[in-house]
Design a protein around this ligand. Structure first.
Ligand SMILES: Nc1ncnc2c1ncn2[C@@H]1O[C@H](COP(=O)(O)OP(=O)(O)OP(=O)(O)O)[C@@H](O)[C@H]1O
Length: 251
């Protein structure tokens, strides 16, 4: 079966400064994959590339025939502007834009879908609340409700379990497992290695470049984790280009 995501020598960055270097590899359809790495390793950058928010500086990301608009992307909650005056109902309803368009009407069927998604994440009765009034865990549940509505083959979750309590984590990981059971491809950036070991069969360990990628037990070794930490510490953020891309000074 052809890959759901194909990274072909992908370099991603900001203002021409690379943040993720030379990533090659494939994610199979139906994979449940954790992306881990120290702070600043490039996890969010990689996900922005997959979601089509950030264009690669070089290389290409193939999406197995999907358009980037078909991807359900859950950003880090710090990237959500909580002061934006929008209700929980309308925010979650934006998950239907692919089918209704941003100015499409919300009819009875859509309304029911939105309320069902809110119920599925335990947010019954929250529909008229403004998003700025939600707690961190409620915010995360709301983001999951929008992903549910998007009904996508490819789901990309950026630190979905950060700063939430054990009950909320358990509820949301159950949703992730359900999506996996439905054959969807799910990628999640995570810091909790116990959660990765318990629920994610495949892991990419990133430290600006790939350190290891494969079955979780083989990737999460103390040696690999140490290499990743050292690679991130040694990284020069002001570097203009990868050493590997520079013309050789020899000869
Ligand atoms: N919008 C931006 N403009 C410039 N540099 C950025 C931007 N976003 C991220 N970076 C830089 O890119 C590098 C990778 O950051 P990224 O957020 O992808 O890492 P991360 O692995 O998600 O980190 P964390 O675990 O802390 O969330 C960092 O050096 C960061 O400062």
């Amino acid at each position: 079966m052809s890959a759901q995501i194909k990274f072909r020598n992908v370099t991603l960055g900001y203002d021409r400064h690379p943040a993720v270097h030379h990533l090659n590899g494939e994610v199979a359809p139906g994979a449940l994959m954790a992306v881990i790495g120290p702070n600043g390793a490039g996890k969010s950058t990689l996900f922005r590339g997959v979601a089509g928010i950030l264009k690669p500086l070089s290389g290409a990301i193939g999406l197995g025939g999907l358009d980037s608009r078909d991807i359900a992307y859950l950003p880090q909650s710090v990237d959500i502007d909580r002061s934006f005056p929008i209700s929980v109902f309308d925010f979650v309803g934006s998950g239907l834009w692919r089918s209704t368009g941003p100015f499409g009407g919300i009819g009875k069927a859509e309304r029911e879908k939105i309320l069902a998604a809110l119920a599925a994440v335990g947010l019954n009765g929250f529909e008229n609340r403004s998003i700025g009034t939600l707690s961190g865990g409620q915010m995360q549940r709301m983001l999951f409700a929008r992903v549910l509505l998007q009904d996508s083959r490819l789901i990309v979750l950026d630190e979905p379990f950060n700063a939430i309590d054990a009950k909320t984590s358990a509820d949301l990981i159950a949703l992730v497992r359900r999506w996996h059971g439905e054959g969807r491809t799910v990628l999640a950036a995570l810091h909790d290695l116990e959660m990765v070991r318990s629920h994610f069969p495949e892991t990419l360990l990133l430290a600006r470049g790939p350190v290891a990628w494969g079955p979780t037990a083989e990737v999460l070794t103390p040696e690999n984790l140490l290499v990743a930490m050292k690679m991130c510490e040694a990284f020069d953020d002001s570097a203009a280009a990868c050493a590997a891309d520079m013309p050789s000074r020899a000869a």
